[in-house]
Design a protein around this ligand. Structure first.
Ligand code: 13P
Length: 260
């Protein structure tokens, strides 16, 4: 079974529309350089989760690309429209150019108190509106030290996917909270162990075939110098990259690591 490899950047609340434009100008030659023409199938899908106010600049900037990176939203609300001041509609972000959406990122869970139930509603809304949800899961340091990593990620996955049917396309991102923005990357063994366990959870919910077909990305201090070894792990199908995705050269180098 060959799963889709995905290199995703999460820009969080960085870059203005002008900075977005400059980024994509710089990234274009690096990105096309990383796409090996003879093995197009092995190339990872590249997705940028960017602030919604940068969509127009990004969509315009990637028009010049032969192979276009995908655009993703960092959040949506679970209703299509209504009196929800400040929220982002799933059909709105789709029509503005997004094909993916991040759901349940640890910053949304911890800073904005988003629950598993809220994530589940958003996953369902994303699927219904034709967006691919990337459900983020991961344990805190305290939870890891208490030996409950698997309990935590199982709960987040079972709850987060409770309202989708097996035909829906979704992606999982395993992001241990203690590795996000800290420079402390999970070891290859820790990441592989968690990814294999997540695949077993997916098998339990859906089927072996669905579990085998689902891309599971690792996130948390991924950099050009640690991405290569992580990418070799059998259950790691790509990366969700924060800080290093803001630099065109670093991110292109991480994309390149998934070509092998
Ligand atoms: P860093 O790569 O900066 O650790 O961020 C990871 C992350 O939160 C991606 O969603």
């Amino acid at each position: 079974m060959t799963r889709k490899k995905i290199a995703a950047g999460n820009w969080k609340m960085f870059k203005t529309p002008d900075e977005t434009k400059s980024f994509f100008v710089e990234f274009a030659p690096l990105f096309s350089g990383s796409q090996a023409p003879a093995s197009a199938i092995a190339c990872p899908e590249v997705v940028f989760f960017i602030p919604a106010y940068d969509f127009a600049a990004a969509v315009d900037a990637v028009k010049a690309y032969a192979e276009k990176p995908k655009i993703g939203a960092q959040n949506i609300f679970h209703e299509r429209e209504g009196a929800f001041t400040g929220e982002l509609s799933p059909i709105g972000v789709k029509s503005a150019g997004a094909t993916y959406v991040l759901i349940g990122h640890s910053e949304r869970r911890s800073l904005f108190f988003e629950s598993d139930e809220f994530a589940a509603k958003k996953v369902r809304a994303a699927v219904e509106c034709g967006l691919t949800p990337m459900l983020c899961v991961g344990e805190t340091l305290k939870e890891r030290e208490a030996g409950s990593m698997l309990d935590v990620v199982s709960r987040q996955i079972i709850a987060g996917l409770s309202q989708v049917n097996p035909d829906a396309r979704f992606v999982i991102a395993y992001e241990p909270v203690w590795a996000i923005g800290t420079g402390k990357v999970a070891t290859n063994e820790q990441a592989e162990e968690a990814h294999a366990a997540i695949r077993r959870v997916l098998e339990g919910i859906f089927s072996e075939a669905k579990a085998e077909a689902t891309s599971i990305l690792y996130g948390g201090s991924v950099k050009p110098d640690n991405a290569g070894a992580l990418a070799q792990q059998p259950n790691i199908d790509g990366f969700l990259v924060g800080g290093a995705s803001l630099k065109a050269r670093d991110f292109a180098s991480i994309v390149e690591k998934l070509n092998h």
